[in-house]
Design a protein around this ligand. Sequence first.
Ligand code: EPZ
Length: 448
Amino acid sequence: MRYLEIAGRRPLCGELTIQGSKNAALPVLTACLLGDGPCIIDNCPQIQDVEDTLAILRMLGCKTERTGHTVSVDPSGMEKTAIFGPQAERIRSSVLFLGALLGRMGEAALPYPGGCAIGSRPIDYHLRALEKLGVRFSKSSPSGASGGASFRQTEGSDGEDGSGLGSDGIYASATRLRGAGIRLPQPSVGATENTILAAVLADGETVIENAALEPEIDELCRFLNLRGAKIRRERGRRIRIFGKQTLGPVRYRLDADRIVAGSYLLAGAACGGSIHFRNLPAEQLSALLAVLSRMGVQVAEDGRMCAGERPLAVENIATAPYPGFPTDLQSPLMAALGLARGESRIWERMFENRFRTAACLRKMGADITIEGSCARIKGTATLRGGAEVRAPDLRGGAALVTAALAASGRSRIEGYEYIARGYEDICRDFQSLGAEIRLTEDRDEKVW
Ligand code: EPZ
């Protein structure tokens, strides 16, 4: 078991280059299934969720290669349509293989997706949208006799119906995908991406109303348009997709990860110091920069930030769909406000179970009260190290690192496997800013 050891209470000073975007890499890699020819993706972060996605692509018969931060995916050899196993069950974005497999093969079988336990995270918006495009779902692998798809499973499938999935899998098929008008009940990132993946090769035009506006979706559309797709964002939250016959190969470079950048900006606000971000995606972080300004932290156009010893409290801040304050930065913000002068309130409007980090922060001396969807935080001058805490999820892990870096004394943070899902090398990044942080292996851990 790997854990982090941190000696806190030092300002963060130095330069940093932000890794490529996890939440853009995952849909873009999945979209490599569509069309012909190998695609090459540059600035692809070396993180567990990307490795899991590449493993799923190989499971389907694609060829993948990685050289440093450049990944290539060649789908020409793929013929499978069922994915199973720990990778697909571990990550939320495995659900995007629904749209991509239906778009390329007309059928798909996969487990319900995983991802951080931050709420119930249903996929009803995905399924309803795909049904509008002509997709049929069944609770188990339809047998050939029933006219359903006989799913072309991958080797080693172990499900009772041979597809490697139990009855809790998703079985989908479509004779032909046809364009449709779709209105999403909420601007869901994943449902928007899944609909785009299924519609881009459908017959005719698809219009998505109340679509998500996250930059990751713009990256997916840019990637597909460079391959010959025709996808347009229109006024408000509307996306129009003109179905195409096929897509060509392309080489594409991912933007910097706005959530990793935001996590590190908030760590700087908590610890004080001065950081120069060489590639800060500032235009994607306007809601956070406005909050940092209210906390007394200035971030210049050229990516330089300066923070005093203690940030100011922020009276009220609510998470919201982009371009509102990102829910993924709610836990790191909570950690930073734990050290602020005054009382702050954070309202979590996106997920119903995303305050689990508060309990760990309280063990470090933070004064946090959860009242329904509101976290009330009374800032304290210092947090105390010495607590052994475990990351409850990916962004909660980043928040605990922030708190430990600002706390007095030494801290141990377990659950590094969560952090590694989205942060390429959090030790390397903070060491470059002068932090005393290291990754340690528990060798004598009994594995039963
Ligand atoms: C994406 O998750 C991100 N994950 C999440 O980041 C991020 O927190 C989230 O968008 C919101 O910005 C990836 O991109 C891989 P949603 P996603 O569909 O697509 C409800 C991280 O830390 N909903 O926009 O799963 C849902 O329960 C991760 O990098 C339905 O009810 O989020 C939530 O309340 C964590 N039915 C709201 O919509 C559905 O079918 C927004 O979820 C789909 C969603």
